[in-house]
Design a protein around this ligand. Structure first.
Ligand code: PHE
Length: 339
């Protein structure tokens, strides 16, 4: 076929293309790697210089005409496509918009974030541990004697032992994260451990699953004054009351000595207990290979539900877990209004 025939035939075919898919097929058939024009171009290399010059010039003219025709046809096809779609689709601009429900942040998530934020600014980093915990981390390493009441079946959820036959529990507090951290890191340590905790209990002030945030500081000169200052600062920032009064009452935990329970003076009317704390017991430091003659530490553990209920006036703990969308809409936080 001579050059002019090829050109006419191709241009005719382009005219007849009926869809964008056919268009692409034809483009490949002509200009693709093995397209008719491409092959002719390749053949040029085998010709004498004189023929190459003549044929080359002619071929370029053909290629230009074909490319131009292809572009034009594509444009026409796209226009036709759009016209067809516009004719087919109808749009009722009088329809009211669909209702759009924006979710809310659960108050517990928000309070957890607030607490992490405040402690974060004091230089604490977040540490984590598993919800299914070995008895060793939850009790033994924390200096609980074997007969301690917290170990009883009706207080603690026990699980069948794991592969290594270690007794397993659902952790009853976030304190096992203290042990995990001290076994992994050398002092100075300054961590908080927020997370879920479990106890076999259910009434207006107890649910079998609840949340705590644990704090642990270990360093060479850590003393009870640091503990007091840290918790005072936290409570005043969290409850947004720079004059909030705190009271440290003597308490008992196997893993701290001395231990204290902390109350806050609430609404000018009563002392309310919000957390437990103390200086890390020397036995606990020793269990983690930390020399109690060199290092001291303080620790605290706080119920997230408890401080959330106080701050936002939520009366019944069980409401947190009922998943009532009306409650969540009322007590939840706008995700876009987050700091
Ligand atoms: N783990 C204790 C509890 O759950 C709280 C606590 C933590 C007390 C750290 C002292 C130090 O009640």
């Amino acid at each position: 076929m001579n050059m002019s025939d090829l050109k006419h035939k191709t241009l005719e075919e382009i005219e007849k293309i009926a869809s964008l898919q056919d268009w692409e097929e034809l483009r490949v058939a002509v200009l693709g790697k093995k397209g008719s024009l491409t092959l002719l171009m390749k053949e040029l290399g085998t010709k004498s210089p004189e023929e190459r010059r003549l044929m080359g010039a002619e071929l370029n003219v053909v290629k230009e005409a074909v490319t131009e025709a292809l572009d034009l046809r594509k444009h026409q096809l796209e226009e036709a496509d759009l016209d067809a779609r516009l004719a087919r689709e109808t749009l009722d601009v009088s329809l009211p918009p669909r209702p759009f429900f924006k979710g809310k942040i659960h108050p517990l998530s928000s309070v957890m974030d607030q607490a992490i934020h405040i402690f974060g600014q004091m230089g604490f980093k977040v540490a984590e541990g598993p919800d299914i915990e070995e008895d060793f981390y939850n009790f033994t390493a924390l200096n609980f004697p074997p007969e301690h009441p917290a170990r009883q079946e009706h207080d603690t959820f026990y699980l069948p032992p794991g592969a290594d036959q270690q007794p397993l529990v659902l952790r009853t507090h976030t304190s096992p994260v203290q042990i995990r951290t001290m076994l992994q890191e050398k002092p100075p340590i300054r961590i908080i451990a927020p997370g879920r905790t479990y106890r076999s209990d259910y009434d207006a002030t107890h649910t079998p699953m609840f949340h705590q945030i644990e704090g642990l500081v270990v360093d060479t000169h850590t003393h009870m004054g640091h503990l007091k200052g840290c918790l005072e600062e936290f409570c005043r920032l969290f409850f947004e009351d720079p004059a909030l009064k705190l009271r440290f009452r003597p308490g008992y935990f196997p893993f701290t000595e001395p231990s204290a329970e902390v109350d806050i003076w609430w609404k000018d009317s009563s002392w309310l207990e919000i957390l437990g704390c103390g200086m890390v017991h020397p036995n606990v430091l020793r269990n983690c290979d930390i020399d109690p003659d060199v290092y001291q530490g303080f620790a605290f553990g706080m119920g997230i539900e408890r401080i959330a209920m106080l701050k936002y006036g939520i009366e019944d703990l069980r409401l947190f877990f009922d998943s009532d969308i009306r409650w969540l809409n009322y007590y939840g936080f706008d995700p876009e209004a987050r700091e």
